[in-house]
Design a protein around this ligand. Structure first.
Ligand SMILES: *Cc1c(COP(=O)(O)O)cnc(C)c1O
Length: 963
């Protein structure tokens, strides 16, 4: 029987870091259990102290027996005050720099109810679609918006940034094009950071990049693909038809990197022959944030649907025949294709894609068009005035960006005048500057811009005299005609729509999300508050360094702290997700080998248990993957590793290893494993997704790793956002520091090219991890790790007599997560892993990670943030489900028609028609006592994924479909 959960216990029991040291208040809030509960849990596990448990769990040889050198823990209030001082060192200028980044207005209703709302930002990637219909719908709106604006047939649910989206387009074109060419044409008028990222991606794959003018390119050298910027980086709008036709006669695919706002006025890429369109939706209401996070988009033709990188939301139906959304065509994804994958994208930019889609819902097609027209009108007027002042504009056809020829005027004089007015312009060269206008630009901005170029306050004309009112644009086709973009234009309606979607989704505001490997821990409100401070939000990524001193301090401190935590000499904050960290880290390794004349080293050893992004990243770096086996305990088979390392000794580039292992165990042999790889000249890449089990008690750098990425959205409290944003910085040992990622626009880093569009990735969310570390301090962080390990062991202990725990370390203990083996249920009761995952929804829980890293199992990671009450409740749910399975085993419950097979139960399914299941409605939807106090309802029944893949739809359905 399921016990009634104890109500919140009145208690001021404080957890202590050691017997004498009291942890600060924030740490006590971040950690879910109190001192009494700690004792009770230790008793269950048979340990006298937490340290005794840790001593038995983590191999002695790798223990970090010191205190991390970090600043003393601060209270929430003090930390915010301290961060405010740093923020004040940033200077918020008006930036007219453009280059793919524009100031914009985040509608307040979207800022408060999505960006600042844990109901949205604490959700996970929608792998359990029945409890994720809200964000799936918002993402379907996003895809519909992109399809409409680009004029292409299908779109994905976001990529990391425009430059990596361009690189994905290049990879996809390489895979599709049959003409055997290995050159890719890049228009010299693409944004410089896009060119930079393309070059980095092309190099290890042996792709030759041709940077040239599309107007004069003669196609003498065959190309497999091309990319054009629309409008071009300097603002010019070209007619690309001719170039595209010529490319197509060669069999090459053409990608157009397009500004989505301009597409409300311009002929969309799909209508002039583009095969792929990519771009950034940043200016759809997403703060600049000194580079991110923002959602990039990717659209193409339906025939390429199986090759599209990232996730696509598709429409299917549930068991009751109701339309329902889920992630489509998942067999394309890296986690299944592994070394056959062409992309490694895992975490994307869901929260930002949701915001951008809601910006379109908020404004509607007419509103967006009006914004675009206003911007254009102001730009045309600006140009007119500048001409009156004697300046030449390089192009006649523009949308929002002008390149101004300075003539006899000195660049310094212009820059000084701009600086006096707190205005940033784009510097092309000594003779030309760029100006990009945006949604926030007003007439008074124009006056100031003219004054800058006039080099005096007195203008020889009035605004009225130069105002342009007649202009024409080429777009004729309609867009955003679906009702969703036309019905929520009153704030009341929009607020309710946002809330409706939010409440369809199970996030951390409802219950624990015990996803193994994903570390769904507390995203404290104090950590989130600074994200929307203007001092961090309103800064252009290419603003002069002198204006971003606050950010520089933040980066230096965070890098120092992460370096101390990992034991590494250098950190790069550029990679925008764990997968990008893997890719960057392996490139660093490649550059290192090359610098020693060993660039031929291209074998990457990867254990079978590795996350799918590992082999996918290795392949993207031009490496060849060689698998290494695991033994019965789930550990790397050291003999097999030795044999493979010896066999490939000459070509060995790297080993990728996750620690603690993806099997949830601290492998004893980890140091030997690193030594074997080093002995053969290889480098050790540690996948740091499981860093939540290491912070303060062992360090990758000490263990023997040379590189490691950190998922800041796992261990360091950046919320998952429903599938992004994330950050995947890498740490490297000193010999690799010279090879860290650099950037072509901002001088930084080492010899590697850029791996992200923005120099410091999604800079604005780094404040979250900064806040977390400073509020926890060394003792708090270490205690969090220990409690995470305690909680996982507590769950394993409580559940082991119901479900076998698959892998354990030598003392029968697990690390910070545990794998429960459900494979026998299939034989005994025909129960599949999915049946249990869906039944958990009826109890009000999100399933753990299912069928990874071992099919037929679930991997549970409770984290340190859950209370004992919540851990018990979760265990009770799984125990009760085991009893439900037992009823099937004993024949008391029908083998087909039962609470598990029919899960999840929607409210509608309980009231519609006659109830003729062999169990009661109460058993169906109120299986546990807590359901009566609070019931989370899945909004659709079990979804038929295969139906959706056979009948592929990735944009909004007509309204009739819902009636
Ligand atoms: C989450 C995870 C990754 C990928 O990280 P993203 O940020 O989603 O790209 C890689 N390896 C492991 C073990 C992970 O759990």
């Amino acid at each position: 029987m399921v016990a009634n959960p104890p109500r919140t216990q009145p208690s001021d029991n404080k957890i202590l870091a050691t017997d004498s040291q009291e942890l600060n208040k924030f740490t006590q809030r971040h950690i879910g259990i109190n001192a009494d509960e700690l004792q009770q849990m230790l008793e269950v596990l048979g340990f006298s102290s937490l340290d005794a448990l840790i001593d038995q769990t983590v191999p002695q040889a790798i223990r970090f027996n010191q205190t991390l050198q970090l600043p003393a823990a601060q209270s929430e209030y003090a930390a915010l005050a301290k961060l405010k001082q740093i923020a004040d060192k940033n200077q918020v200028y008006r930036s007219f720099i453009g280059m793919g980044y524009y100031d914009c207005i985040t509608p307040a209703v979207i800022q408060r109810n999505i960006l600042e709302n844990p109901g949205w930002y604490t959700a996970y990637t929608p792998y359990q679609p029945e409890i994720a219909q809200g964000r799936l719908e918002a993402l379907l709106n996003f895809q519909t918006m992109i399809i409409d604006l680009t004029g292409l047939e299908i779109a994905n649910a976001s990529l990391l940034d425009e430059a990596t989206a361009a690189a994905e387009a290049m990879s996809m074109s390489y895979g599709i094009c049959k003409n055997k060419a290995n050159s890719f044409f890049v228009s010299h008028e693409c944004h410089p950071q896009t060119i930079d990222v393309l070059q980095t991606r092309a190099k290890p794959l042996g792709i030759n990049i041709i940077i040239a003018d599309h107007q004069t390119f003669d196609f003498a050298e065959p190309i497999f693909g091309a990319i054009l910027q629309y409008p071009a980086s300097d603002g010019t709008i070209y007619d690309y038809r001719n170039f595209i036709e010529k490319s197509h006669t060669q069999g090459a695919l053409v990608t157009v990197a397009a500004d989505p706002l301009s597409l409300t006025l311009l002929t969309p890429p799909g209508e002039f022959g583009a095969d792929i369109a990519v771009g950034s939706t940043q200016r759809f209401g997403i703060p600049l944030g000194f580079g991110g996070p923002h959602a990039a988009y990717f659209a193409t033709k339906e025939e390429y649907k199986r090759l599209v990188p990232g996730r696509i939301v598709g429409v299917s139906k549930d068991v009751h025949g109701k339309p329902a959304y889920r992630l489509a065509l998942q067999t394309r994804e890296q986690h299944i294709r592994r070394d056959k994958a062409t992309s490694n994208i895992c975490t994307a930019q869901v929260l930002l894609a949701v915001m951008a889609s809601m910006y379109a819902v908020y404004h509607g097609p007419d509103g967006l068009k009006e914004i675009a027209q206003n911007i254009h009108q102001l730009t045309a007027t600006l140009a007119n005035g500048l001409k009156k002042l004697g300046y030449k504009i390089t192009s006649e056809n523009f949308f929002d960006t002008l390149r101004v020829e300075l003539g006899n005027t000195r660049l310094e004089a212009i820059l000084d005048a701009a600086n006096e007015r707190n205005i940033n312009l784009r510097i092309f060269d000594n003779a030309t500057v760029g100006i990009s206008l945006d949604e926030t630009t007003t007439e008074s901005d124009l006056i100031e811009l003219w004054q800058i170029f006039a080099l005096k306050d007195q203008l020889p004309f009035t605004v009225e005299e130069v105002t342009i009112t007649n202009y024409q644009f080429s777009r004729e086709s309609k867009y955003l005609t679906h009702p969703v973009f036309n019905r929520y234009h009153s704030e009341t309606e929009l607020l309710r729509y946002l809330h409706q979607l939010e409440t369809k989704d199970l996030s951390l505001t409802t219950s624990m999300i015990p996803l193994g490997s994903c570390t769904m821990k507390l995203n404290a409100t104090s950590e989130m508050i600074p994200v929307t401070w203007a001092e961090f939000g309103k800064i252009h990524p290419f603003a002069p360094i002198s204006q971003t001193r606050g950010y520089q301090i933040l980066f230096q401190q965070l890098e120092a702290w992460l370096g101390e935590i990992t034991g590494f000499a250098g950190i790069s904050l550029q990679p925008n997700a764990g997968s990008q960290g893997e890719y960057s880290g392996l490139l660093v390794i490649h550059e290192y080998h090359q610098s020693r004349g060993e660039g031929y080293r291209n074998i990457c050893l990867i254990p079978q248990s590795a996350h799918g992004t590992n082999p996918a990243s290795a392949v993207m770096c031009g490496m060849q993957v060689v698998g290494v086996g695991c033994d019965d305990q789930g550990n790397i088979d050291v003999d097999d590793l030795k044999a493979k390392a010896e066999k490939h000794s000459h070509e060995l580039a790297a080993l990728m290893v996750t620690y603690p292992s993806t099997h949830g165990v601290f492998e004893e042999a980890i140091q030997d494993i690193c030594a074997i790889v080093h002995a053969h000249g290889g480098q050790v890449y540690m996948d740091g997704a499981n860093m939540n089990a290491q912070v303060g008690i062992c360090r990758p750098g000490d263990i023997g790793a040379d590189v490691c990425h950190l998922n800041l959205h796992k261990t360091f409290c950046i919320p998952h956002g429903g599938g992004g944003p994330g950050m995947g910085p890498i740490g490297v040992a000193s010999h690799l520091v010279p090879f860290l990622p650099g950037h072509s626009v901002v001088r930084m880093g080492g010899e590697l090219g850029a791996v992200s569009a923005a120099p410091w990735g999604s800079a604005s969310i780094l404040v979250i991890s900064w806040m977390y570390i400073i509020m926890m301090g060394a003792d708090g962080l270490t205690q969090a790790t220990k409690i995470a390990i305690l909680n996982a062991n507590y769950i394993a202990k409580k559940l082991e007599s119901y479900y076998p725990v698959l892998y354990q370390g030598k003392n029968g203990l697990v690390a910070h997560e545990c794998i429960l083996d459900l494979r026998s249920l299939k034989k005994s009761a025909q129960i599949e892993i999915d049946d249990v995952a869906k039944r958990l929804m009826d109890y009000g829980f999100h399933a753990p990670t299912v069928s990874w890293p071992v099919a037929g199992t679930i991997m549970v990671e409770p984290t340190e943030s859950e209370s004992k009450q919540e851990l018990d409740r979760f265990c009770d749910a799984l125990i009760a489900i085991r009893e439900e399975v037992a009823a099937i085993e004993s024949g008391k419950m029908d083998i087909q028609d039962n609470v598990l097979k029919n899960a999840p139960h929607t409210a509608e399914s309980l009231i519609v028609g006659e109830w003729n299941h062999p169990y009661s409605r109460e058993q169906a939807a109120y299986p546990a006592p807590w359901n009566k106090e609070y019931k989370f309802w899945p909004s659709v029944g079990r979804i038929d994924a295969a139906f959706g893949d056979r009948n592929f739809v990735c944009s909004c359905l007509p309204m009739e479909a819902y009636s």
